[in-house]
Design a protein around this ligand. Structure first.
Ligand code: S3P
Length: 452
């Protein structure tokens, strides 16, 4: 049975229309974690036996990963709310008969490039216009050093053409930036390489790959910032319970903090220490956030999070914060715009190579809504407006970036006039059902169709 969904036609893009005011209240469950869902599909597909995934995020990005494995002969079945995956074993994938279309998903492309480099067959990894602009030299270089044959268009962009049947050898590698995607790519290729592969992390990056490979029976060792894997190991089926995505919860943490008299509880949210920078940053800004019932779920820490309205203050956000909150920074900028004082962000050059250039695109949107913002190469400075209406109304271009759209939606809670956000279809890459959940919580948001 095919579980994948076809993407919507680009001719009928959606825009968000947000009426000013409102407040966020109640209890909310955001969908499953995107990073964990990708890995659950990949690892269960190459494991021996049947794995059961609960809480899987049925977003366009994760369905792109799932679709790629369907094309390579893995079967997925729905069982109530769960997904059953019949793993084919580490060498059991079959050659795809077409380009693997990974849509908008950088995680799919970078992790799969490592996995595909170790296969006996050829593959081509492609994606949409945004993914085809994103830097891929960061995976091409280490894979080439391992003996893989992988070619990008102009040497460093998708589509990636991977020639199978190569003998990979383990390497010692220090990525140029702290990145879970690069680390995971090299470790996955390391599974298929001779000898040991070691990744020396230049900073902190999310550790879902290490945790989950361990749960699937793979031995990985860590010494300080060095992570090693020995080639030739097999994966055994494991039942993954995907937590709710902290990156999706982040919009609501900001929204409930900046709206008047907000009180919202987000249930079952992943609070992995390599990911929870947004909680610490918002608390430093004065946010009233409490983690309740911290527990472990299939190897990942999870908690309920309660957030209440609070007066926020501007702070300095530096490189270590950035590593722990890379995907949440657009939402944090909205909080900063409502804070008393100035917020200065540095060490965030990686934001420029996400689904959009998130420094430039957020700065343009903030300026459109009347916020004083200055841009540097690796960050920006935001002068907060703590008054009731921090934002004017305006028209925001999301640049087809899901996190830009959802961040500016929350600005409506403190705006003096309507905010309209274009090209919001891409919200489905990470957060299907965002509009309904946001409306139920108290945001006056409508999704409308418009011509692309
Ligand atoms: C991800 C890693 C991060 C993050 C992305 C998801 C992952 O990217 O921004 O949304 O699942 O490994 P980098 O590894 O490029 O920092």
């Amino acid at each position: 049975m095919r579980v994948t969904a076809l993407p919507r036609s680009v001719a009928e893009m959606r825009r968000f229309h947000i009426e000013p005011g409102g407040t966020l209240n109640g209890t909310l469950e955001v969908p499953g974690d995107k990073s964990v869902s990708h890995r659950a599909i990949m690892f269960s597909a190459i494991a021996r036996g049947r794995s059961r995934i609960t809480g899987f995020l049925e977003s366009a990005d994760c369905l792109a990963t799932l679709g790629a494995f369907e094309v390579m002969g893995v079967s997925f079945t729905r069982d109530g709310g769960a997904l059953l995956v019949d793993g084919v074993g580490r060498d059991g994938l079959s050659a795809p008969d077409a380009t693997l279309d990974l849509g908008n998903s950088g995680t799919s492309m970078r992790l799969l490039s490592g996995l595909m480099a170790g296969q006996a067959f050829d593959s081509v990894l492609g994606g949409d216009a945004s993914l085809s602009r994103r830097p891929m030299a960061r995976v091409i270089d280490p894979l080439t050093e391992m003996g893989a044959r992988i070619a990008g268009s102009d040497g460093q962009r998708a589509p990636l053409h991977i020639t199978g049947g190569q003998r990979l050898r383990g390497i010692d590698y220090t990525p140029p930036v702290a990145s879970a995607q690069i680390k995971s790519c090299v470790l996955l290729a390391g599974l298929y390489a001779e000898g040991a592969t070691t990744v020396h992390e230049p900073g902190i990056s999310r550790d879902h790959t290490e945790r989950m490979l361990g749960a699937f029976g793979v031995e990985l060792t860590r010494e300080g910032r060095a992570l090693s894997i020995t080639g030739g190991q097999s994966l055994e089926a494991f039942d993954v319970a995907v937590p709710a995505d902290l990156s999706s919860a982040a919009f609501f943490l900001v929204g409930a903090s900046i709206g008047e008299n907000g009180e919202l509880t987000l249930t079952g949210v992943g609070v992995n220490p390599t990911r929870r920078g947004v909680v610490d940053i918002l608390k430093r800004m004065g946010a009233d956030i409490t983690l309740v019932d911290e527990r472990e779920q299939a190897g990942e820490p999870v908690a309920d999070i309660t957030v209440r309205s609070a007066a926020l203050r501007g702070i300095d956000i530096g490189a270590t914060d950035v590593e722990l909150a890379i995907d949440e920074l657009p939402a944090i900028f909205i909080a900063a715009a409502c804070a008393h004082g100035t917020t200065r962000l540095t060490g965030a050059a990686e934001l420029r190579v996400k689904e959009s250039d998130r420094i430039a695109v957020m700065a343009d949107g903030l300026a459109e809504l009347g916020i004083e913002v200055t841009v540097q190469d690796d960050g920006l400075t935001i002068v907060g407006r703590p008054e009731q209406h921090s934002f004017g109304g305006g028209h925001i271009h999301s640049h087809e970036d899901h996190r830009i759209a959802m961040s500016f939606a929350m600005a409506g809670l403190r705006a003096s006039a309507p905010i309209v956000i274009d090209d919001c279809d891409f919200v489905d890459t990470s957060f299907p059902g965002f509009v309904e959940r946001a409306r139920n919580a108290g945001l006056a948001i409508e999704s409308q169709e418009h011509d692309a």
